[in-house]
Design a protein. Structure first.
Length: 132
């Protein structure tokens, strides 16, 4: 015998399936989030790795000052203020004071030589708060 499924049962089945998919996706999303008001722990760990400084790495922070005459820039980040030689760095315009930047650099003879200085757009700057 063939059982006939009513339209109402089909609608309920579709709604149940949609609810199940939504609940599973929200459970996955919630497991990647921290407590209310903080970023997810996975994202925070990734940002901390990016914010770490050292030879041949990156440094994130606010521009304290720039001096185009001597081609230097001071950035205040998690490990304090650091001065970078930007004479050979790739930059899109001159960074301004209080602007969040990411500096890629290497240490040569005790001097930090920047290879690039990238300004972080204001809408993304909130992701870096507390990480530098």
């Amino acid at each position: 015998m063939k059982k006939e499924v009513s339209k109402m049962e089909k609608v309920l089945l579709i709604l149940a399936a949609m609810l199940m998919v939504l609940s599973l996706s929200m459970a996955g999303y919630a497991s990647d989030q921290g407590t209310v008001g903080t970023m997810g722990t996975g994202h925070q760990a990734r940002m901390e790795r990016l914010a770490a400084c050292g030879p041949g790495e990156m440094y994130t922070g606010d521009v304290v000052w720039t001096d185009p005459d001597i081609q230097r820039i001071m950035v205040n980040g998690r490990d304090g203020s650091k001065i970078f030689d930007v004479s050979g760095a790739v930059m899109k315009g001159e960074p301004e004071a209080q602007q969040l930047v990411v500096v890629k650099y290497t240490v040569t003879n005790g001097e930090r030589i920047a290879s690039s200085v990238n300004a972080v757009p204001q809408r993304l700057a909130a992701l870096y708060v507390g990480l530098y």
